[in-house]
Design a protein around this ligand. Structure first.
Ligand SMILES: [Fe+2]
Ligand SMILES: [Fe+2]
Length: 446
């Protein structure tokens, strides 16, 4: 049987069989339990130490305080015993340079600590703990022998042993941009309509229908994001009724972007469709943060989140040649991605993205987000929007890791939160609001 991914907030228990359970952990924490004499094993993937309030969108499996006791109970009810059960803990890492102000350190650390305390309180022996540090981890429980394997995550096929000749190559950015697939016209139109809040829906629908590739993609995404509608959505007109205009707009831009972003893993994408998965997750989080803070417009925040890393597309081909070296250097030195890109290529993905955005004539507020999402303090007029996407990108990179190559630091995070009218103590509340759908993106396989 194949490997089963355990998404955030979930737990899986199984008897011995072929196959494995697996979780990708950034600041999240994974715990495996096994009882060799009962032939039983399981894994839980938690997001936060404890619920931040009564109004949370998640089930108990999302928090160490509620999920782990439940996980233990389930194991016991299946025939395990606390005397013979053994546990492994992984994750809680900090995926960026350590700074005193890095509030994420505290969250990952507290989740790890709480997991350990609960296990010890139940008298369960912890036989392995790989936590903290500056890595994402891949945690695997082999169901044949109930062994847990934890390793720092690296892109497919990359292991840390090989040495590469370091070479720096200045990118001819105009040429690189000319190689990028054009974004479908309909997406640009919709982006302008969202900005101007002025459109005729009939006209939009007929334009969407003219692009068969995008129409097909929209219907597929529509059926994926809205299951259980009774019958399949089979036309754009029905999609408008089922989704509403705004959601349809989001799908038009998402579907268009999926055609522009490279699908293959190997460069910025650490897995198939990795860049798109990251774009979609950041879009959903930006939307949620806009609703939560009342800053900017949720639709605009969504599209800004979707497009923020578009500059990785022209650089992707150069990255492909250097990826192993680049990835390892990033992790080793802990410097920010943009700084390494400048050193290696002479241009960062934020600069390349801004040029591409101008070429596509994207609305100026979106270009500003693309340009400054790693340095929001540099933003001008649309600082709120840039701050929203900065925060969304940081949260998604840490709690939904392993999709794309990035390293963004949390320096100045407190100031960014303040600008949005939030305090540092609200960070766990925001993390608690990561849309559930974010964790389903990889499961449905974008
Ligand atoms: Fe970025
Ligand atoms: Fe990003």
């Amino acid at each position: 049987m194949a490997t089963e991914i355990v998404p955030t907030g979930d737990m899986v228990i199984s008897g011995k069989r072929k196959g494995a359970l697996e979780a990708y952990l950034g600041s999240c924490v994974g715990v495996t339990l096994r009882d060799n004499s009962a032939g039983l094993g399981g894994m839980i993937h938690v997001l936060l130490p404890e619920p931040t309030g009564t109004d949370t969108p998640y089930g108990p499996g999302t928090y160490a305080s509620t999920g782990i006791p439940r996980f233990i109970e389930l194991m016991l009810s299946e025939g395990a015993s606390s005397q013979t059960m053994e546990a492994c803990i992984a994750g809680g890492g900090l995926l960026g340079p350590v700074s005193e102000q890095d509030l994420f350190l505290d969250i990952g650390g507290r989740t790890t600590e709480m997991a350990g305390d609960i296990l010890q309180g139940e008298g369960i022996r912890i036989i392995k703990a790989e936590t903290g540090g500056m890595f994402s981890y891949q945690m695997t429980l082999c169901l044949e022998d109930l062994e847990t394997n934890v390793q720092p995550m690296a892109p497919d096929g990359l292991h840390m042993a090989e040495e590469f000749n370091e070479s720096h190559e200045t990118v001819n950015i105009e040429y690189a941009i000319s190689k990028v697939k054009p974004i479908p016209q309909i997406a640009l139109k919709v982006l302008r309509m969202i900005r101007d809040q002025d459109y005729d829906m009939q006209e939009v629908a007929s334009e969407i229908k003219q692009d068969q590739v995008i129409s097909a993609e929209i219907l597929e995404m529509c059926n994926r994001v809205s299951p259980g509608l009774g019958r399949k959505v089979d036309s754009i007109d029905r999609a408008i009724v089922v989704l509403g205009e705004r959601k349809l707009f989001q799908l038009v831009v998402s579907a268009s972007l999926s055609k522009v972003l490279p699908e293959k893993p190997g460069a910025y994408s650490l897995c198939k469709g990795g860049l798109f998965q990251h774009a979609l997750a950041t879009a959903m989080m930006s939307h949620e943060l806009s609703v939560f803070t009342g800053k900017s417009k949720p639709d605009v925040a969504y599209t800004a989140g979707l497009l923020h890393d578009i500059g990785k597309v022209p650089l992707d081909q150069y990255m492909a040649a250097k990826r192993p070296l680049f990835y390892r250097e990033l992790q080793k030195r802990g410097v920010e991605l943009c700084q390494m890109e400048k050193e290696y290529f002479g241009v960062s993905h934020t600069e390349a993205g801004a040029l591409l955005g101008e070429l596509w004539e994207l609305p100026p507020n979106l270009v500003e987000v693309i340009k400054y999402h790693h340095r929001p303090e540099m933003a001008g007029e649309d600082r709120d929007l840039v701050n929203l996407v900065f925060l969304a990108n940081l949260i998604i990179s840490r709690f939904h890791p392993g999709r794309h190559l990035s390293l963004s630091h949390g320096n100045g995070l407190e100031k960014r939160l303040n600008d949005l009218g939030l305090g540092p103590d609200q960070l766990p509340v925001i993390i608690d609001r990561i849309p559930r759908a974010v964790f389903e993106i990889s499961v449905i396989g974008a």
